[in-house]
Design a binder for this molecule. Structure first.
Ligand code: PBG
Length: 332
């Protein structure tokens, strides 16, 4: 689009900014509660709500408390909740068998949420890191993160989550070929309506630090994730990954992290037009909260501005730890 602009003073951009009412009239993008997916952390126990120190305002909740939180989220109109387990270290093994245990923490949380808040969509995380003794998303064999054997495990994990009632499967592992394998397994096991939101363009990022604390993976992780997560320098590769995942049967795609990668969001939306999501990750959340706690920025305004930016960049929605706070503000 080539904008037509009459020369000054015929055109004065400030005219349309004078009245709040007109600012609303000319506004190009809006953030609504419909845009929110709320990531939550689940842990063992009962009646437990344990703060995550590096993510002020975020809790690890026991299954009963997660169900309660889901009821509140549903009442606020939040469309989806995404579960991440803080797994007891004693359940972390080399074969990661806990990942597809039908009664693992995550699967119990899925069932509890579906029972308590049936109208909220439940999204999961598919990756081995919460169950892996070395903190990696895939199996480690002789120091290498092996692809195909990991994909087999991820498929088992996917099916256990679908059995437990998950609506949206969220593979965050970045192995090659996993979307197709998961989609075929879901199709052939009667779960053809279960969706896949692929973490298609996931970068090897320093912004995941607080999350790894929250799920208890920071201590466990040996080395880094650069052999499977993307190089932050790359942009064309993101488009190739998104295309690959869409052709393998992903229903929706994600870019992660969010704010440092808005250029990728825009390219992805313009190129494919698919339902596109960004993950405002733990480090982005922590930065806003930390600055707000020091009175260096207005936390509420920064939160809303950061989320609106995703809409402007073409995203259909955002995974954000701010979801309940935003929904409360938007509800008025
Ligand atoms: C791991 C996973 C990560 C996040 C979601 N799933 C961390 C990682 O890749 O190490 C990060 C989310 C966040 O930082 O908020 N499968």
């Amino acid at each position: 689009m080539k904008p037509t602009i009459a020369p000054y003073p015929l055109t004065r951009f400030r005219r349309a900014r004078q009245l709040q009412a007109v600012r609303g009239l000319v506004r190009e993008n809006t953030l609504t509660t419909d845009d929110l997916i709320w990531p939550v952390f689940v842990r063992d126990g009962e009646g437990v709500e344990e703060p995550v120190p590096s993510m002020p305002g975020v809790m690890r909740r026991s299954v009963d408390q997660i169900a309660k939180a889901a009821v509140e989220a549903q009442a606020l109109g939040i469309p989806a909740i995404c579960i991440f387990p803080y797994t007891d270290p004693s359940l972390k093994t080399e074969d990661c068998a806990e990942a597809w245990n039908p009664d693992n923490l995550s699967n119990r949380a899925i069932r509890a949420i579906k029972a308590a808040a049936p109208d909220i969509a439940v999204m999961t995380d598919v990756a081995l890191d919460p169950y892996n003794i070395n903190g990696h998303d895939g199996y480690v064999v002789d120091g290498e993160i092996v692809n195909d054997k990991t994909v087999e495990a991820l498929v088992k994990m996917t099916l256990a989550q679908a059995e437990a009632g998950a609506d949206i499967i969220g593979p965050s592992d970045m192995m090659d070929g996993r979307i197709g394998e998961m989609r075929r397994a879901l199709e052939s096991s009667g779960h053809q309506n279960v969706m896949i939101l692929s973490y298609a363009a996931k970068y090897a990022s320093a912004f995941y630090g607080p999350f790894r604390d929250a799920v208890g993976a920071s201590g466990a992780l040996t080395g880094d994730k650069k052999t499977y997560q993307m190089d932050p320098a790359n942009s064309n590769e993101a488009l190739r990954l998104i295309e690959r995942d869409l052709t393998e049967g992903a229903d929706m795609v994600m870019i992660k992290p969010g704010m440092p990668y808005l250029d990728i969001c825009r390219r992805v939306k313009d190129t494919f037009g698919a339902p596109t999501y960004a993950y405002q990750v733990s480090g982005e959340y922590a930065m806003i909260q930390a600055a707000a706690q020091n009175d260096w920025i207005d936390g509420e305004k920064a939160m809303l501005e950061s989320l609106l930016a995703f809409k402007r960049a073409g995203c259909d929605g955002i995974l954000t730890y701010f979801a309940p706070e935003v929904a409360r503000i938007l509800q008025g």
